[in-house]
Design a protein around this ligand. Sequence first.
Ligand SMILES: [Cu+2]
Length: 231
Amino acid sequence: MKKAWVVLLLLLNGCQIRTLNPHSQVAEDQAMLIYLSFAIMIVVMAVVFILLFRFAWKYKQTAKNKNDVPEEINSNKRLEITWTLFPVLLLAILAVPTILVTYQVSPKSTSEAEGEATDEAAIHIQVTAERFDWTFTYENGRQSDRLVLPVNKQAVLHLQSEDVIHSFWVPELGGKQDVIPGKEILFKVTPEKTGTFLGKCAEFCGVNHSLMRFDTNVLQEQAYRTWLQEE
Ligand SMILES: [Cu+2]
């Protein structure tokens, strides 16, 4: 029994990748959607299971009712309206924030984003995925295998792939975002906390896919500037 719990905990932990530990607005919005749909699911499950057990108990066969012929009921307006409106209401509660957030956080390709206002002070980083590593190129030309970002400042990541479809994913900052060959995709993120967050490719891209991991370091702005100048 103990073993089963350990296995379950390991599965839930996802080995270092922590999805529900958001440190950016995008990641917070995504986590909120997960919690909301989970809460709705719990409500539905509770109703279904309570009714299931209640009816199984209430209408169980006994020596007394064994030969009863149940009354035939053709319709019940009140019940029918309830079980139609209730799911509609739940779906609406789920749909409105989902659509709003999805449109808001969806990354766009460069051509789609043309003419769209970007933060003047935002930093731009070229992110190149190829089998099987990531290269991050900064504004001063510095290249690195790690993503380094200043805290509380918008970063515009220009995602590009050299070969096949990869997926950019730093769960604590948001994502996952497919990286598609022949198309540059902009992913905007503003990290809200300093620290090191694990990122990885989330699209199976070949035999060494699992090696496509990278560290994301979120630094204070001054430390970021210093790091940029380092060799
Ligand atoms: Cu990949």
